[in-house]
Ligand binder design. Structure first.
Ligand SMILES: Nc1nc2c(ncn2[C@@H]2O[C@H](COP(=O)(O)OP(=O)(O)OP(=O)(O)O)[C@@H](O)[C@H]2O)c(=O)[nH]1
Ligand SMILES: [Mg+2]
Length: 452
């Protein structure tokens, strides 16, 4: 009895000591759809699992890293790491699938302590927590600041401008014609919602536009009742409009409010409001290729997303109870699509695009660093050309991707580089570090400032 009690106390003391030396880092991987989030997270786990063999091996504190455990069984909705690895190791290799729902990544790292601390603490642990989600959902964060009437006004101004005006076609006239106080017709509303969804899909695929709201119309995710995703903007309405029970206004406003207050806010509160570090991933090259409209939409999208986060140090109490993001990494992704000498220019163009937002963030005392990144490098350089394989084809192509301007012009008119649909490199395996650009720099930055 006494022995059991003593063992219990020892166990308790061990657990407590464990808790004291385990730090949690909540990392927000923030990126619009196809920015490269899932590929990045897959490569991150892979680089950590192979820390002894990759570029991390000689970098502090990873030279003291003893073990890495990617948690699967104890995690609700775990990140589909094994599925991603399966696609990447096919012959020919293919990219992980576009994300359709939320998933969680938990990776535990155990480090040997330094010098005399060794005796005091034993090994130290760091738990990394990351979330993967469809990029479409991110674009709903700005809705948190809007009333339904304000959203209608915003949609009206978006649809008054090309290319959305042409893409909406007759749908714009239909939505303009709806009278706010007329009784709504449920069948017509269902049809209009469907047409709005098709319009959003076309904005994304035909014009390369980033801001497509509501994001859940494109990808609902689990746990959202389809009838709650049935509303459209009334283009003749404004923030002063109203409507009696059963009217178009009352029906659409109630569903918009539910969407904003439960779906969007729930996602934001649970997953984004308590981050320690943020990694903003941006595919700059595709919008540079798609042209001025795509770049200006991306700029507005990123600005409003960055506004939704809480940065910097405020009062002591706020810091204690609500940690703020104190480091932001801004990364142009997939830079293996240009020659190495031009990768910094891609990063510069991204930083030029969001100059104002980054100044705001820095002003709040947040450390901002830029990393031109390739989570999985698919090309190799031969002179001033690149050699790579293409999706759905065997063999290799040798091509010159074209050049990137040193800075983004203010009017956002650029000649984009030539982009091909590259497939991942051959021979990827879980137990070998994937080829990459600057993943090691970024991972080093992630743990920078933690007390290891
Ligand atoms: N060349 C190259 N292509 C990449 C890299 N990372 C991603 N890609 C390409 O970009 C596409 C999208 O990447 P994902 O990782 O699925 O992007 P995501 O942000 O998770 O996208 P959603 O899940 O749709 O929000 C991939 O299918 C690849 O074609 C990279 O490091 N190099
Ligand atoms: Mg994804």
């Amino acid at each position: 009895m006494v022995v059991r009690k003593k063992n219990g106390l020892v166990q308790q003391a061990r657990e407590q000591a464990g808790r004291l030396t385990t730090q949690r880092l909540r990392i927000g991987v923030t990126g619009l759809s196809a920015a490269g989030k899932t590929t990045f997270i897959t490569s991150l786990i892979n680089q950590l699992e192979n820390h002894q063999r990759g570029l991390l091996a000689r970098r502090a504190p990873f030279d003291r890293l003893e073990s890495v455990r990617w948690q699967r069984d104890s995690v609700e909705q775990p990140f589909p790491y094994l599925e991603a690895l399966r696609s990447l190791s096919l012959d020919p290799a293919s990219w992980p699938e576009s994300t359709r729902d939320l998933s969680r990544v938990v990776v535990d790292l155990r480090f040997r302590s330094r010098g005399f601390l060794k005796k005091l603490h034993g090994p130290r642990s760091l738990r990394l927590e990351i979330l993967d989600y469809p990029g479409e959902w991110l674009l709903d964060l700005p809705l948190l600041r809007l009333s339904y009437g304000q959203w209608c006004e915003q949609m009206r101004s978006w649809l008054d401008t090309e290319p959305r005006r042409s893409l909406a076609g007759p749908l714009r006239d239909e939505l303009m014609a709806l009278q706010t106080d007329q009784p709504h017709d449920p069948e017509q509303l269902a049809k209009l919602t469907e047409d709005w969804t098709t319009f959003l899909q076309r904005c994304r695929s035909e014009a390369g536009l980033a801001r497509n709201q509501p994001g859940r119309f494109l990808l609902p995710g689990s746990g959202v009742a389809p009838e709650m995703l049935r509303f459209v903007p009334l283009l003749s309405a404004n923030q002063h409009s109203s409507g009696s029970k059963g009217s178009w206004w009352a029906e659409c406003e109630a569903r918009f409010n539910y969407y904003r207050d439960y779906i969007v806010k729930g996602f934001y509160d649970e997953h984004f409001s308590r981050l320690d570090r943020q990694i903003l991933l941006v595919d700059m090259l595709a919008p540079m290729d798609a042209g001025q409209h795509a770049l200006s939409d991306l700029k507005a999208g990123l600005e409003s997303v960055l506004e939704s986060f809480r940065y910097g140090r405020n009062s002591f109490f706020e810091r204690l109870f609500k940690p703020r993001i104190n480091q932001l990494a801004v990364c142009a992704t997939k830079v293996d699509q240009v020659v190495p000498g031009q990768q910094r220019a891609v990063q510069q163009c991204l930083e030029d695009l969001v100059t104002d937002s980054l100044s705001e963030v820095r002003h709040g005392g947040v450390k901002v660093r830029g990393f031109p990144l390739a989570a999985i490098r698919s090309t190799r350089q031969e002179g001033d050309a690149l050699v790579a394989g293409l999706v759905g084809k065997t063999g290799w192509v040798r091509y010159q991707p074209g050049s990137i301007p040193e800075h983004l012009p203010l009017d956002l008119k650029v000649e984009g580089p030539e982009l091909l649909r590259l497939r991942p490199p051959p021979g990827l395996h879980r137990n070998e570090p994937f080829p990459h650009y600057r993943m090691d720099d970024l991972i080093g930055w992630l743990v920078d400032g933690s007390q290891l």
